[in-house]
Design a protein around this ligand. Sequence first.
Ligand code: TYD
Ligand code: MG
Length: 462
Amino acid sequence: MSRDKDTKIVYVCRSCGQTSAKWLGRCPGCGAWHTMVDEPVNTPVRKGRSLFAVSQSAPLPLLEVSADVDDARIFIGMNEMDRVLGGGLVPGSLVLLAGEPGIGKSTLLLQILCRLASNQNQKKVLYVSGEESLAQIRMRSERLGKIPESLWVACESEIDRIIKMVEEQGPSVLAVDSIQTLLCGEILSAPGSVAQVREATARLMQLAKSRGVPTILVGHVTKEGAIAGPRVLEHLVDTVLYFEGDRSHTFRLLRTVKNRYGPTHEIGVFEMTEAGLKQVPNPSEVFLGQRPKAVPGSVVVPCMEGTRPILVEIQALLSPSHLSMPRRTSTGIDSNRLALLIAVAERHLGVALYDRDIFINVAGGLKISEPASELAVIMAMVSSLRDVPLDMDTAVFGEVGLTGEVRAVGRAELRLNEAARLGLKRCIIPHAGSDRLKFSDSLEILPVRRIDEAVAAMSEVS
Ligand code: TYD
Ligand code: MG
């Protein structure tokens, strides 16, 4: 990288892309520390073409515009993946597959491409990797199963050459691994810098749109923000999928963060095995599979993840604290929300929690952001505090208000039916609207208005 004296410098945040004329320790955009890096200003000339327009067209009455993306969708044939995309890949769409290094992005991508190459009537599928050698890719794919004939691979990181390759080969699907390795010759900064990553994505977007080739782009995110995070790209691409999971667990979740062609908050569940990623069609069974027999502090809650209900186990452990500031640790649940629920429980249940260390864990490494889990957290804490287990066959859901009331949550019927499907017998649910619910006969509901009623109901069934 060579810079002459006249090169103008701008400071860019590696995490969110915020720019500033001078260096700042803390990014004013996203609040992250030490993420501002200097980059030369040299906006490449775009040849008079808008980034997102496929073709220039005269205005039309909206009624005459066809919206049949669904007919053209390319079905991958992996249920967990297709659902997350909103029903398959849309031609011309750019999908960003983001995740921490080593979580399994390349493995997932290769599996998707193998499926696509075998489904697509021998139409070429092109995998361009800037990270691994051809031999490494071959070795990895041998572990994953049969290699289809129409899966083509290339090692390339120069964006212009990738574009040329696509123009010559005309693949039906393109995958690029990873955005951080791509290089645009005109830009002075190093691969992985904000300017490079942005320009390369913009060009791939243009390529995808102009040729109608669905493109999957891998992006690394690191906790330290050492390389330009995919957050800079989120507004540029059509769909953003986050592949996440605890590396010490074998489960991996694929989460839709943004989707121009389908629902968001959808999740796909996979398990990392010797032979690559295996789909988990019944996550509830897996998440509840290791649940101990009735023990204090364990409560099952039916959560909605996108359009699908998943039963998860919330565990609480309360023990006498010897610290002046007792510990409050939560995994999978926001710690501010936990603080609030502890305050509500102390005030409205009359329990003393100030002298307890409190640990909350969502089993299986899932993160729950839904308020529907709040009642379950309180009940798990009370169960642990009193050393009384909740009955194994009871699930709990409901949002908890500051005055101790239990509020209704959406999709109650779906949650109840999932609980019934997994063989649970009872469900403690919010009273509001409970008389209108239709659900399986095998399930008994215990509607409650306040958290003290819920705790009383718990004593009845345990
Ligand atoms: P990888 O797809 O290379 O991660 P990323 O592209 O996100 O950096 O996955 C790497 C991990 O996956 C590595 O630790 C080994 C593991 N793995 C398996 O457990 N089974 C397999 O069949 C494969 C291919 C990888
Ligand atoms: Mg990789």
